[in-house]
Design a binder for this molecule. Sequence first.
Ligand code: ZN
Length: 60
Amino acid sequence: MTKLFDLGPPITGRRRGDSPKNGSDDFYICPICAQPVDIRDLRQVIWHDKPVHDRLEMDA
Ligand SMILES: [Zn+2]
């Protein structure tokens, strides 16, 4: 299983507009592996954008 760490350092996007709010807006469920994807971390977004992939092993 690929670890999130293997994909390199965090790539975080910069938010525009309103201040961040906690909530489910920052996650979506990957239709391929059914894992929650944090859209604030582009590593996860890019990984789950692949047509075929396994679930990522998340950092503790
Ligand atoms: Zn996925």
